[in-house]
Design a protein around this ligand. Structure first.
Ligand SMILES: NC(=O)c1ccc[n+]([C@@H]2O[C@H](COP(=O)([O-])OP(=O)(O)OC[C@H]3O[C@@H](n4cnc5c(N)ncnc54)[C@H](OP(=O)(O)O)[C@@H]3O)[C@@H](O)[C@H]2O)c1
Length: 306
């Protein structure tokens, strides 16, 4: 099969095209013929070497896949050949064929196309999980989503609104109309010292990390809950009487299934950015762009011609 391999961390020229063996399938894995991958900040940082460089190279990077099941392991009970599934997995998705554990794979409803399915598996699924599970938002609670216009944040905002929370979200002013398109959201310009104006929040989702987690702590009420997916300084936060912790996406089926159901019901939507053929040149280019600035909408690369 054809694939893109990472030979060196750092410049995007560390990515190259290879011909390699079809991946061996474990008993509880399905083999997916790849239709499309999404570009997530994790992939961008990993290839740049900003997530550490301890994973041995070369390897096939990429963390999202949507496509058709073409083979199943001997202990797979939940899928059959021909099913269309989407998943996130650690590496190996920049390839024509991708092995995926059945607990991570989710059938894609007919109403969701490949582009939206693969765009959902990391960013959107994480925002959804944070609101429903990690923050366990309840109706009427006052919640701030840091990075509310991003892939994670925009879905967190909608999930919290759907629950009936009072939702605030930080973004740049150019994204305020986008935030308001979701409903009764109070947009906050992240360039301001908003932590001096806001108070008494029940919960904050931090998708930015660093100093933003301190700003988040300042606006929480005593005992308020802060969850970060971007790395908070737990030592600095020990001065606050709040429940603060780092967390992460579990990448499992129940959360993605529930998100897909809300997408089909038009309760959750998100921005799609560039949609391009999956080629080495396009992959390098989009990674380069994402290193310079946040991508406006999820970029997706399709395998039609690879
Ligand atoms: N731990 C996990 O399981 C997990 C899972 C998914 C994602 N993540 C991480 O979560 C982060 C966000 O991911 P994403 O996919 O949502 O990224 P994204 O789509 O690029 O969105 C980031 C958003 O944050 C905004 N922003 C930048 N600086 C800000 C600040 N100081 N305050 C508030 N907003 C700010 C950006 O706006 P501009 O347009 O102004 O730059 C952009 O809208 C990434 O670091 C990613 O690696 C972690």
């Amino acid at each position: 099969m054809k694939a893109i391999q990472l030979d060196n961390y750092g410049p995007v020229t560390g990515l190259k095209e290879i011909d390699t063996e079809t991946p061996a399938l474990l008993k509880k894995q399905v083999l997916v013929k790849n239709h499309a991958v999404a570009i997530d900040p994790y992939d961008v940082k990993f290839i740049a070497g900003k997530m550490g460089t301890s994973e041995e190279l070369p390897l096939i990077p990429g963390s999202s896949v949507v496509g058709e099941v073409v083979a199943i392991g001997s202990d797979v009970t939940d899928f059959k050949v021909g099913d269309r599934v989407a998943a996130t997995r650690h590496q190996k998705t920049y390839a024509e064929l991708v092995p995926v554990g059945q607990s991570a794979a989710t059938k894609v409803p007919d109403d969701i196309d490949d582009i939206h399915a693969v765009a959902a598996v990391i960013g959107a699924a994480t925002g959804y999980q944070m609101i429903h599970r990690d923050l366990n938002i309840q109706p009427g609670q006052k919640v701030l989503v840091q990075g509310g216009a991003g892939a994670v944040g925009s879905v967190a905002v909608q999930a919290a609104l759907n629950i009936g929370a009072q939702v605030y979200a930080t973004a740049k002013p150019a994204d305020f109309d986008y935030l308001k398109s979701f409903g009764d959201v109070t947009p906050i310009d992240y360039h301001t010292a908003y932590e001096n104006e806001l108070s008494d929040f029940d919960a904050v989702l931090d998708t930015i990390g660093g100093a933003v987690s301190i700003q988040s702590a300042k606006i929480l009420k005593t005992g308020g809950i802060l969850r970060s997916i971007a790395g908070l300084d737990e030592k600095a936060l020990s001065a606050f009487d709040i429940d603060a912790a780092n967390t992460f996406s579990d990448g499992k089926r129940p959360n993605l299934e529930a998100l897909f159901a809300d997408m089909v019901a038009d309760k959750i939507t998100f921005r799609i950015g560039q949609v391009l053929p999956f080629t080495l040149a396009n992959l390098r280019d989009i990674h380069e762009q994402a290193r310079q600035h946040s991508l406006q909408g999820k970029a997706v690369l399709k395998f039609d011609t690879f």
